[in-house]
Design a protein around this ligand. Structure first.
Ligand SMILES: Cc1cc2nc3c(=O)[nH]c(=O)nc-3n(C[C@H](O)[C@H](O)[C@H](O)COP(=O)(O)OP(=O)(O)OC[C@H]3O[C@@H](n4cnc5c(N)ncnc54)[C@H](O)[C@@H]3O)c2cc1C
Length: 400
């Protein structure tokens, strides 16, 4: 069935992303993985290709596009997520933090002065961005964070620690969630943009992960870090609401990249089972292989139909938190099942690092954890069924 969500101009943009991937990422992926980092020149090149700024209004140095499918007013970027994840989910994660997750905060919650200060370098690929919510003792339970922001003259002093922060070691600009208001549980969090040149932050080395090794994932330490009042995002105490409002887009973005990743793995596997023989015949000709791949194809197509419908709903401003949670839950669970089946069809080679399917298998595992775990997604969906009389757990990475 032909997908109808993308128009010809989105397909043209897809070719631009593919060109960037083929010319600039394919040759570098092994080095990025060894170094656990994407070098600054690659970020700048992605900026030159317009990948980081096409949704930024032209007066701030961007492309001024305003369409949710190749970007959006809110920075959401379906085409880019699909294409980057075809090579490696890690690139979709690293660039997606900039374009899909941090961009909406910088576009929607900023003053004119802040836009002029931050957006041009962001669009040019000169600014690497992070968002720092998770702490050693608070991941799913966002209201449990302990980092504090204390007023100090014309600014704020931040104290605390964050962990698992994507792009964290290199980030020039970090959106940080901190408790600024005491005794107001759901109005206690404020968001700050920490510019790391003006407000240096101690950072740990990139953490050793199971997969997505090209992406930096770091600990950050705030020890009396001064942040100017001009770097507060929106209103003090409104941070939790701001985060919740943007979770649906973050989850949809994760769903899209997850399906792109799994589809690429499946296509490669179909080629593999055509070439590889056992007992005098291609392994793809065994009924067990055909059935396995038929299941993969079906799961992917069905999940894609739901996610495409969610993209349309998002364009119309109608995407609900529950539907976005279903998209993330379905897409990431399907991704992991499909890639595991594809690894099985590779036999022992599938377990060798030099095979892309082995890498894809490791890269996929985390999608059921970050951006809200599968359990949290089920919690959000389950609550919409009005089955429980228990009080809701406020603070769960929840958008309901
Ligand atoms: C590679 C990677 C990149 C990341 N990038 C970022 C980033 O850039 N910025 C950032 O802020 N964070 C980031 N994270 C953090 C990520 O969002 C959290 O890991 C995730 O939200 C889960 O939190 P946790 O790890 O503390 O697990 P916990 O919250 O401790 O959960 C542990 C287990 O308990 C379950 N659980 C928790 N609460 C409930 C509940 N109410 N009902 C049922 N089950 C529950 C969970 O589903 C899970 O199985 C990243 C994580 C990883 C691994």
């Amino acid at each position: 069935m032909k997908r109808t969500v993308f128009e010809p101009e989105h397909e043209s943009y897809r070719q631009v992303v593919r060109e960037f991937v083929n010319r600039h990422l394919v040759a570098q992926i092994d080095r990025h993985r060894r170094e656990h980092s994407i070098d600054r020149q690659t970020w700048r090149t992605s900026g030159e290709f317009g990948l980081l700024g096409f949704f930024v209004p032209e007066q701030y140095g961007g492309g001024g596009a305003a369409d949710f499918r190749f970007d959006a007013v809110q920075g959401f970027n379906a085409v880019q997520g699909e294409e980057l994840s075809r090579l490696s989910y890690g690139y979709a994660s690293a660039f997606g933090i900039n374009t899909d997750i941090v961009a909406p905060y910088l576009l929607e919650l900023t003053t004119e002065e802040q836009k002029q200060r931050w957006l041009p370098a962001f669009a040019a690929g000169e600014t690497i961005a992070s968002i720092a919510i998770t702490e050693p003792n608070a991941g799913s339970d966002v209201l449990g964070i302990r980092t504090t922001a204390t007023r100090d003259g014309s600014g704020w002093i931040l104290n605390g620690a964050k962990t698992f922060i994507t792009n964290g070691s290199s980030a020039d600009l970090i959106v940080v969630a901190a408790k600024s208001e005491k005794d107001k549980p759901s109005r206690s969090i404020s968001l700050f943009v920490v510019e790391t040149v003006a407000s240096p932050v101690d950072r740990g080395p990139s953490l050793e992960k199971v997969g997505q090794t090209e992406v930096e994932t770091s600990e950050l330490f705030f020890d009396n870090v001064y942040v100017d009042a001009a770097n507060l995002l929106g209103e003090p105490g409104a941070g939790f609401g701001y985060m919740v409002e943007r979770l649906a887009q973050e989850r949809l973005s994760c769903a899209i990249a997850s399906l792109g990743h799994a589809r690429a793995a499946m296509e490669e596997t179909i080629e593999y089972v055509r070439q590889r023989s056992a007992f005098g015949q291609p392994i793809g000709s065994f009924q067990a292989s055909r059935f396995r791949l038929a299941d993969c194809h079906t799961m992917l197509d069905v999940a894609t139909a739901w996610v495409d419908r969610c993209i349309e709903a998002h364009i119309e401003g109608q995407l609900t938190p529950v539907d976005a949670a279903k998209a993330k839950l379905a897409a990431t669970e399907v991704q992991n099942k499909v890639i595991d089946d594809c690894l099985q069809l590779h036999g022992g080679y599938g377990y060798m690092q030099e095979y892309r399917i082995a890498q894809a298998w490791q890269d996929a595992r985390v999608t059921r954890i970050f951006g809200g775990t599968s359990e949290v997604m089920r919690e959000i969906i389950g609550r919409s069924l009005s089955l429980s009389t228990q009080p809701s757990q406020k603070g769960v990475r929840d958008a309901s």
